[in-house]
Design a binder for this molecule. Structure first.
Ligand code: AHR
Length: 336
């Protein structure tokens, strides 16, 4: 006969046994089965690029593509802005529809983002800026920005020029300079124009003959430099706000029968591999490095966010100036 106390004991034992079986079952589930039942959720990331205007852009896209791989649990959707602001706006709407978790945006210019970024935020998508900044009323529209101090880059490349002229004992009291700007209204152009202009103005001997935009594009830069060379027979230095514009200027200088790097000094910003090769060959004099390798930095931002860590809003990359002195060494280490 089972008394009430015995019945109680039995019931308790039964519960313990059921619980134990339950636990054992969970732990012994084969891993393949676990994956089938609970497939890993991929993190969906959209990347809206500026386009392929320069070697820097290609290296920047490659850095993101090689970072956000399926093996690491990412599904990357790449949309090429083809150098058009309107395309970038459309791309953002498209990514909202595709229900991405994160958007990496390289804004072509700084203005005109207020309402679209508000829409993106409303859709619950987190934005990370790569390269350019945006002028918006609410900085919460994006979680972080990755890029360089563009104004400082401009100042540093001019400081290098002044030191170089001293080193080579420049013997004229006037230095005739032309400058090529990037895409007007982009953060890179705004900052570099400011930094270069500020530093050039410190030197009485510098004569800034002309300044024009070539949109960061090589072919356009070749046209602009050809025009400059016809208009100003006494150019001593060309400063370009990116390497591809320096390459265009070099082509124009050759076509005019002069030696780039000797007759006309060529200095620039980016530090891409092709620029290092031209510095090593003596056709270019210096380039201020501005790393395009944003992929791993952005991946860390996303992982930190998911771990609930604090995110630094403005994440500045660092670079050095490459010239004839350090170019060989840098070419061995240079990753882009
Ligand atoms: O954002 C970086 C700038 O944009 C690079 O200096 C230039 O090459 C570009 O296209």
């Amino acid at each position: 006969m089972i008394t009430a106390r015995k019945g109680h004991k039995l019931l308790l034992m039964l519960i313990v046994v059921v619980l134990l079986i339950g636990c054992r079952k969970k732990h012994h589930l084969p891993t393949t089965l676990m994956h089938e039942q609970y497939p890993r959720k991929m993190i969906k990331v959209g990347f809206v690029t500026v386009g392929s205007e320069s070697d820097w852009r290609l290296a920047n896209t490659e850095s993101v593509v090689s970072t956000f791989t399926e093996e690491k649990g990412f599904e990357l959707i790449l949309i090429d802005g083809q150098q058009k602001y309107e395309n970038q706006i459309k791309a953002l709407r498209n990514l909202i529809q595709q229900q991405v978790d994160y958007i990496i945006l390289s804004p072509i210019i700084e203005t005109g983002w207020e309402s679209i970024l508000q829409e993106v935020k409303g859709a619950g998508v987190t934005v990370i800026l790569s390269g350019g900044k945006v002028k918006v009323s609410n900085e919460d529209y994006y979680i972080a920005w990755v890029g360089a101090n563009y104004e400082k880059e401009g100042e540093l490349i001019v400081a290098w020029l002044i030191d170089h002229l001293k080193r080579i004992k420049w013997n004229s009291d006037k230095i005739n300079v032309v400058e090529m700007r990037g895409t007007v209204g982009s953060s890179e152009e705004v900052g570099r124009t400011k930094g270069i202009g500020k530093k050039l103005a410190e030197y009485m001997s510098i004569n800034l003959l002309d300044i024009e935009s070539a949109n960061f594009v090589q072919l356009r830069a070749q046209e602009v430099m050809t025009k400059f060379l016809r208009k100003y027979p006494e150019i001593d230095v060309v400063i370009t706000q990116n390497d591809n514009m320096a390459f265009g200027a070099i082509d124009a200088i050759h076509a005019a029968g002069k030696n780039p790097g000797e007759d006309i000094l060529v200095i620039s910003i980016d530090g891409v591999r092709a620029a290092l090769e031209k510095i090593a060959a003596g056709e270019m004099n210096a380039s201020m490095e501005s790393t395009p390798l944003h992929g791993p930095i952005i991946e860390k931002i996303i992982r930190d966010m998911r771990d609930g860590k604090d995110i630094i809003k403005n994440q500045y990359t660092q670079g050095i100036i490459i010239d004839a002195e350090n170019v060989e060494k840098r070419m061995l280490q240079d990753p882009y």
